[in-house]
Design a protein around this ligand. Structure first.
Ligand SMILES: [Zn+2]
Length: 357
């Protein structure tokens, strides 16, 4: 039988107790809950599918703080659930082209004027804002492009919570995408770029759940993603959510693309904020598989993005924790500290929930 001390160490690593972690989160205004991550008894009597016996993950080292700051993260349509080991070395892939553009483009400073003035005031490793980094993280996703032309990709951009469609799978396409949506000085929204041929929308979901599934990097994530995908879909449906694993074309639900908004900047911003707020309460989830994000030893790994602009990275997730993630993090907007690897825009001074506007 495990002692309490062993239990704590196994979750937080030998260097960080639950109390210390909670204190750190409190010090940077991260809304969290102290309820159990596991909703079922151990051993489980609720039929949650266990990982295979040989599914060994790192249960000792401190997981919190294992996410490095980034400015944006993109997820490129591939229609696949596994990819070359290095996605940016796949010839003629948009990932390769974006990587090339990123390494050759001069990067402007992040748009500090639109970020909180207390830049770099977050002193807890693993909790960060967009303005803490210029890095663009490139992932492949399992979604198919929604374009009629299979040469054009559909790219999800986080934390903007925006999707850019009609992106040619070419160097020119990557350059245009960079200029329109990725370059760190490009403001989040509205994305008015008259030169672009893209059509962009707010991602028409209340959350996007990314499950790391990169088998060629590590089979554990591949196994975990399959089980967690089913568990999330099942649990979300029990909670009254609808779940998609392919992106519904937003034209009919969201109206014309953002590039075609006719109002003043202020009016457009208001329109977009209203769309975000409506989506947040609609209980519609998009679950995708994604390529390597680092930290396979913490499988199952998932990242949860919301219209409010937060990106929550959880690790050591099994089917037993899915119920708590749905009820606490998705519905209540509260972090479950024992699962937390880190997060983007999760510091919310004055807010009781990540979902507060
Ligand atoms: Zn269980």
């Amino acid at each position: 039988m495990f002692s309490l001390r062993h239990f704590k160490n196994s979750i937080f690593g030998s260097g960080l107790t639950l109390e210390a972690l909670q204190a750190q989160l409190e010090s940077v205004s991260v809304p969290y809950t102290d309820i159990d991550c596991r909703s079922c008894p151990n051993p489980c009597d609720e039929g949650h599918e266990p990982y295979p016996n040989k599914f060994n993950v790192d249960t000792e080292s401190t997981m919190f703080g294992s996410v490095k700051p980034y400015h944006r993260q993109i997820v490129i349509s591939t229609g696949k659930m596994d990819w070359d080991r290095e996605i940016t070395s796949t010839k003629n892939s948009l990932a390769a082209h974006v990587q090339h553009v990123m390494h050759t483009a001069p990067i402007s400073a992040p748009p500090l004027a639109t970020e909180p003035k207390n830049k770099r005031s977050i002193h807890v490793s693993g909790v960060f804002n967009c303005s803490d980094s210029n890095k663009i993280s490139i992932l492949n996703g399992s979604h198919h492009t929604i374009s009629d032309n299979p040469e054009y990709e559909t790219v999800l951009v986080f934390p903007d919570f925006k999707m850019v469609t009609e992106v040619p799978r070419s160097l020119d396409g990557a350059k245009a995408l960079w200029d329109a949506a990725l370059e760190p000085s490009v403001s989040t929204l509205p994305p008015v770029n008259e030169k672009s041929n893209f059509s962009s929308w707010i991602i028409p979901y209340s959350c996007v759940i990314l499950l790391c599934s990169h088998k060629r990097r590590d089979n554990r994530c591949h196994i975990a993603a399959a089980q967690l995908g089913q568990a999330f879909a099942h649990t979300l449906e029990e909670h009254g959510w609808t779940v998609d694993t392919e992106i519904e074309h937003p034209l009919h639900t969201m109206g014309p693309p953002l590039e075609e908004l006719q109002g003043t900047d202020e009016e457009n911003e208001e329109h977009i904020t209203k769309q975000f707020q409506e989506l947040a309460s609609e209980k519609r989830a998009l679950i995708l598989r994604n390529s390597h994000t680092g930290g396979h030893r913490y499988a199952g790994n998932c990242i949860i993005y919301t219209p409010r602009g937060s990106g929550v990275w959880y690790g050591r997730v099994s089917t037993h924790e899915v119920e708590s993630i749905v009820s606490q993090t998705l519905e209540e907007g509260l972090i479950l500290p024992p699962l937390l690897r880190g997060g983007l825009n999760i510091s919310r001074p004055g807010c009781k929930s990540l979902n507060d506007w």
